[in-house]
Design a protein around this ligand. Sequence first.
Ligand code: HEC
Length: 256
Amino acid sequence: MKHATASALIIFLAALLISPGASGAAADAQKKDQPQKAKQIEATAGIADKHPEIEPGMSCNDCHEVKLDANTSATQVWLKGDYLKWQAGEGVMTKDQVWDRIMNIFKTKNMKATFVMATCLNNRPYTYTADFALDPAKKVLYAFHEKGTEKLAHIKNNPHISMNWHREFDDNFANVACFQVLGKAEIFDGATPEFDEGLKVYPYEYAAKARKMTIEQWREVVKKSMIMTRTTIDRIRLTEGALAPLNFRTSQEWTR
Ligand code: HEC
């Protein structure tokens, strides 16, 4: 028994030395020893009388990982389930078809669109409005932001972002169009090659004229004074009234 434990320990230590991923395993093992690390809970879970005391200002997900049961949520029914005239699985577009609809929205304005983007820090969500340009090949979004803003501090600490684009609702469901993006944002300054890649995609030239600068001068100002975010799109959920006459559900999903 003792011998088995010792050799397991040696194997474990050897794994630590040779595998870069093993430090994660060690951290997990350490986590298990910490009594305050709580189990996963459902998003609908409540707290029982015997629950450890929760200090004011703490949220469930400070201690628990909160599981969202995405299979029974209303959105899942609209996307794929038995809903209105649709049987489960009917009226669902292919990923490429959904992507084409997204492209059509971007094409209306030089591959750039105005989004509301949400970040989250210390369990407090924060939204802001910015223009994002799409690189259709890599399926990433580029935006340029003033240095030192709050959102950049949020992204540095928590790169998971959520974004929303929508057409103003005119009270006619046939004209509804909106989509939500889940993704991961990275931050680059003007000295990086990624920044130059972003400038190739983002149509920044138009703003030079308003500032009475040449495009070259404006480009230098952008590189010096702005910070770029590159957001890798992981999932898009699209709602579009115009899909109904095409015999598709009006809620569709694209995932990477
Ligand atoms: C300060 C950390 C902390 C916070 C905040 C917290 N919990 Fe807990 N919770 C625990 C610990 C510790 C346990 C006991 C260990 C366990 O069962 O995971 C527990 C247990 C539970 C359990 C029982 C889990 C099981 O499967 O036995 C539920 C359900 C639960 N918590 C729900 C909640 C909800 C809902 C909130 C937010 C309103 C919340 N908790 C906030 C620490 C916390």
